[in-house]
Design a protein around this ligand. Structure first.
Ligand code: ZN
Length: 331
């Protein structure tokens, strides 16, 4: 039977989790991996609720009506602990792990499982990761630690090796498109999924933020640079302003545009363009670009994106990108 609370693309991994409960082999620690916007937190919470429920259903999912389920819904369950940074993107400080260790020293209040979600687990810094290791090395009874991450390679091997890995894959395109349409994303579902690397929840968020229109404005300016009709320095300044789009997103868009240009220039037959709505302008552009010069430009964009997390001069970075892009088009 399909559990209604679980996203359609997570049914298999959900049944896998429930089988831990059925077989009474509940891992002490899980590492749930997968792209941002794919539903890792949702899945972890559903599993945690099943572990805490006092009267689970036949398929071992939470009942939704026992005292434990009601406390969870009221966000006051004493055996459910969520550890996350104070602000998105910040580290999870050691003080939070110290508080967790103190709480774990006590027994769970109910006679079911206690559930701890660490989100994102790659938000642990060196000190807090070391402290957290103690929780893994000295397990407490009836406690399940669930770590969520998009970037498992950023976690110390000492932590990864002590967790059971549960991988959440991106859904097949058809399933994701169907779901997005149900969510009201309409005609743009396919493009939105291309922009979110196939992650449906992120695609829905993009739809709500009207990302298609925003992206079109950036794309038009990028085309004008190619045609030599834009002041590069002014554009770089405009694009790196705090109120402008996150540079990470902009560079990911550019990478997508260049990836599609490469497909056209190399005459690779592909029904999966990243930007199917921009096919015509990209195709026209590709006609006058050299393939062998597109590859190094693509690489330079990748490098630029990886430098964003360092204290780099963003204005200069954008200027360099736009200058290379302009030179690529005008020689
Ligand atoms: Zn229940």
């Amino acid at each position: 039977m399909m559990s209604p609370a679980i996203y359609p693309w997570q049914q298999a991994v959900w049944r896998h989790l429930l089988s831990y409960i059925e077989l009474q082999r509940i891992p002490q620690a899980l590492l749930v991996t997968g792209l941002s916007g794919i539903g890792k937190r949702h899945l972890a919470v559903a599993y945690g609720r099943a572990l805490m429920c006092q009267a689970p259903l036949n398929d071992y999912a939470a009942c939704g009506s026992c005292q434990s389920c009601k406390l969870f819904e009221a966000q006051t369950h004493p055996d459910f602990l969520l550890v996350e940074p104070d602000e998105p993107g910040k580290a999870i400080g050691i003080d939070k792990i110290r508080q967790l260790i103190v709480k774990l020293a006590l027994k769970p209040q109910f006679d079911r499982y206690r559930v701890v979600i660490i989100s994102p687990a790659d938000g642990l810094n060196n000190a807090s990761a070391n402290a957290f290791l103690k929780c893994l090395e000295e397990p407490t009874a009836r406690t399940c630690l669930i770590l969520l991450t998009e970037k498992p390679s950023r976690l110390p091997a000492t932590i990864r090796s002590r967790c059971q890995v549960v991988a959440c894959d991106a859904p097949e395109r058809d399933i994701a498109v169907h779901w997005l349409k149900q969510q009201g994303a309409g005609e743009n579902s396919d493009v939105l999924l291309g922009l979110s690397q196939g992650a449906p929840l992120l695609a829905r968020e993009y739809a709500r933020q009207n990302f298609i229109t925003v992206r079109q404005d950036y794309f038009d300016a990028w085309l004008q640079v190619a045609e030599g009709k834009k002041n590069l320095l002014a554009l770089a300044e405009q694009w790196q302003k705090p109120a402008a789009l996150e540079l990470n997103v902009l560079l990911t868009w550019m990478l997508g545009w260049v990836a599609d240009l490469i497909k056209f220039a190399a005459q690779i037959e592909s029904d999966q363009l990243r930007n199917s709505d921009l096919k015509k302008p990209l195709q026209a552009l590709a006609k006058r670009l050299e393939l062998k010069r597109l590859y190094p430009f693509y690489d330079s964009l990748l490098i630029a994106r990886s430098q964003l997390s360092t204290p780099i001069n963003k204005q200069l970075l954008l200027e360099q990108i736009l200058i290379s892009w302009s030179q690529l088009n005008n020689r």
